[in-house]
Design a protein around this ligand. Structure first.
Ligand code: SF4
Length: 433
């Protein structure tokens, strides 16, 4: 079969597509670009917002139109949470976020027998982590390593717990083995990813927690940088920081999911911390990662239902106190099926957009101030575009240099020469032989 993928959504979805590609390839199937001709087209969907649902449906209709006789499969979070919505779509296979390995057989069966199949389980009943092949296709420098699935936090704006089920963790020894395997394949950076990695280990009931996993992965791949995916503030404790600061190959970049800088808003979001606890986490990272500073990045939702002008101003003040290295700003998107969607005080679109503009302006100022402090940095180069090689520092700052060398997957020291819009400009430091 010629198989092609179109993936929407988060790192976990991207990871699962990469894993499925490897499984199809391992069974002798050919991977082809989604724009090209294929026998099986797979849309790995997202449902984080109503817009992602719409994009998933559009992708199905577009491919069906140009490939009327091919097998079209819709899998992932959208059908998992909205089985009724997808019934009318012109697809041959409907599958969810579970049993990814079995999905390969389903595709082969439908291709041969041409009988449509729907394979959806109840995500909330899942208990075991489904291990999938790690890494990615050729030519990648950074490999994602999925170590956790599911979430039980039930933030009021989020549908993911219904799409992904309860917390399931990849056992520590398996994670260490996968990390060593990826290092042996030549990856220079591993990103520990999951739906909510701060909950890693909760289901294992053996007293282990995320820091145990991080230590094991860093030890298993000592020549790789290890980067953490998005974290919840509760993870950042004195003990976590003391142990993490001893890990030479752990990137001092912490994406701490904030969402709001106002306690009243955090309460309506059902987030599990207040601004004092969040700021304590920031303080602990500054205290333990002082060589020179950590990169603390975050996500912020503006215009959450009930957010008054005063609450928004409070949030704005708070983000300045945290001096983030970078921020992702999201105007609240009403997601049917979540408690927040029916909350009173829905904020008008224009107000949301104005708040997003002001928060983004503040974020850009903080980011520039953060970037301006760098003199020499070590960069893992990934790709060349328009004659410029691009890569990232351990603190996830993007760096661009002009060079005639092939810098792909190279770790090189760079002399910073300037600051662009969200990135550093520099020159390769020629090391004395
Ligand atoms: S922590 Fe909250 S926002 Fe994140 S996946 Fe879980 S429920 Fe969704």
């Amino acid at each position: 079969m010629r198989v092609s993928f179109h993936t929407l959504g988060c790192k976990v979805n991207q990871y699962e597509t990469q894993a499925l590609e490897q499984l199809f390839a391992a069974r002798g199937h050919m991977l082809v670009p989604f724009e090209g001709e294929a026998d099986v087209y797979i849309i790995n969907s997202c449902t984080v917002t109503a817009v992602s649902d719409k994009k998933s449906r559009q992708a199905v209709r577009q491919v069906r139109k140009r490939a009327p006789n091919a097998v079209v499969a819709l899998c992932g979070c959208y059908p998992q949470t909205h089985p009724g919505d997808v019934e009318g779509l012109p697809v041959d296979i409907v599958a969810g976020t579970g049993d990814r390995v079995k999905f390969v057989e389903l595709a082969e069966q439908v291709w041969m027998e041409r009988q449509p199949i729907t394979a959806l389980d109840n995500a909330l009943k899942r208990r075991i982590f489904e291990p999938l092949p790690a890494g990615g296709l050729e030519g990648r420098t950074r490999a994602m390593l999925k170590v956790e699935d599911g979430c039980v936090n039930f933030c009021t704006y989020c549908i993911i717990p219904y799409a992904r089920g309860p917390v399931r963790s990849l056992p520590l020894a398996d994670a260490a083995a996968q990390a060593a395997g990826l290092a042996a394949e030549g990856y220079k950076e591993l990103v520990l990813t999951g739906i909510e990695i701060s909950s890693w280990g909760h289901d294992l009931r053996d007293g282990t927690s995320l820091i145990d996993l991080v230590e094991a992965v860093c030890a298993a791949a000592p020549d790789c940088r290890v980067r953490l995916g998005s974290l919840e503030p509760r993870t950042i404790t004195e003990e976590f920081c003391q142990r993490a600061a001893k890990l030479d190959n752990l990137c001092p970049h912490f994406h701490l999911s904030m969402q709001s800088g106002c306690d009243a808003t955090l309460k309506r979001m059902n987030r599990k911390y207040d601004t004092a606890r969040f700021f304590e986490s920031v303080g602990l990272l500054w205290k333990h990662f002082q060589n020179p500073v950590p990169a603390i990045t975050t996500d912020m939702i503006v215009g959450f239902p009930g957010e008054t002008d005063e609450e928004f101003e409070e949030s704005l003040d708070f983000i300045h106190r945290c001096a983030f290295a970078a921020m992702h700003i999201f105007p609240y998107s009403r997601r049917p099926g979540t408690p927040a969607a029916s909350m009173p005080g829905q904020v008008p679109k224009a107000v949301k957009e104005e708040r997003a503009r002001r928060a983004a302006e503040a974020a850009a100022r903080m980011e520039r101030r953060y970037l301006e402090q760098w003199d020499k940095v070590e960069v893992l180069f990934e790709e060349e575009r328009d004659g410029l090689w691009r890569g990232h520092t351990t603190r996830y700052s993007e760096v661009r240099v002009r060079s005639g060398e092939n810098l792909h997957n190279q770790l090189r020291r760079v002399q910073v020469t300037g600051v662009g819009e969200g990135y550093l400009e520099g020159e390769i430091i020629l090391e004395k032989q």
